[in-house]
Write a protein that binds this ligand. Structure first.
Ligand code: URA
Length: 234
């Protein structure tokens, strides 16, 4: 692939901008500047540098963000900053989007990708992927609430009950809840329907993929093959 196309595919701007970056001597591979936009480069295991900052070539981007509170999962946020403010601009340019949304005040594991099939597969209501949340509740938890969550609760405006796959109290006000669907405000609405209220919500896991313990709040990392594989494992 020529170097201009490499940069363009990775979100470094329009073709003209990518050509200019290269012609201006700002792009190097392995420490050697390449100023010819037509230079042919092998993309296998390629890492190039732009202004000295390394960037790995990835045909598709799969990333994990440890979402802080106060960020909206939208490129066009209404009231808060966007999660894209926490990411290099290249991701928005190449069409990366959130794989399902977390509320602005929800924290934790957020996946993003520019692989349309992957985004669709993991947001489709047909694909029942378990998602594990830790909710801090306003009122103490009791057995009746846990039983209601497991057996099913009727959400406001819905015709059918929705049940948690698992609901365990981790503390008097700490509830671990596993759900398969991704309905709007689902966890908050389920807990409200069970007679309590969510004060804070954190997503810990999607399928077999846990939020990496080493990933600081607000930080992101590439999801590697092993991470993608663990996602598929419920
Ligand atoms: N359920 C909610 O209520 N909010 C989220 O952000 C995610 C799941």
């Amino acid at each position: 692939m020529n170097l201009e196309s490499v940069l363009f595919s990775q979100g470094f701007g329009s073709r003209r901008q990518c050509r200019a970056l290269i012609a201006d001597g700002r792009v190097s591979i392995g420490g050697s500047t390449i100023d010819n936009p037509n230079a042919d480069v092998a993309t296998d295991a390629l890492t190039f540098e732009v202004d000295g900052t390394p960037w790995p070539y990835r045909e598709r981007a799969y990333i994990v963000l440890n979402k802080p509170a106060g960020y909206e999962c939208s490129r066009d946020p209404q009231h808060h900053l966007s999660v894209f403010n926490l990411l290099p601009a290249q991701f928005a340019t190449r069409g990366v989007q959130c794989v399902g949304r977390l509320d602005q005040d929800t924290t934790g594991l957020l996946l993003l990708s520019d692989d349309g099939q992957f985004v669709h597969a993991y947001t489709s209501p047909k694909r029942k992927v378990p998602k594990v949340y830790l909710a801090t509740t306003r009122h103490p938890l009791d057995d009746a609430q846990l039983a209601a969550l497991r057996e099913g609760v009727l959400l406001h405006g819905e015709a059918k009950q929705v049940a948690a796959v698992a609901a365990h109290a981790r503390g008097e006000h700490e509830l671990e809840l596993t759900v398969l669907e991704g309905k709007y405000h689902q966890v908050k609405r389920m807990i409200a329907a069970a007679g309590n209220r969510v004060e804070a919500l954190h997503r810990e896991r999607i399928g077999g993929l846990s939020l990496p313990a080493s990933l600081a709040e607000g930080a992101w990392q590439w999801l590697d093959e092993a991470g993608l594989e663990s996602l598929r494992v419920a």
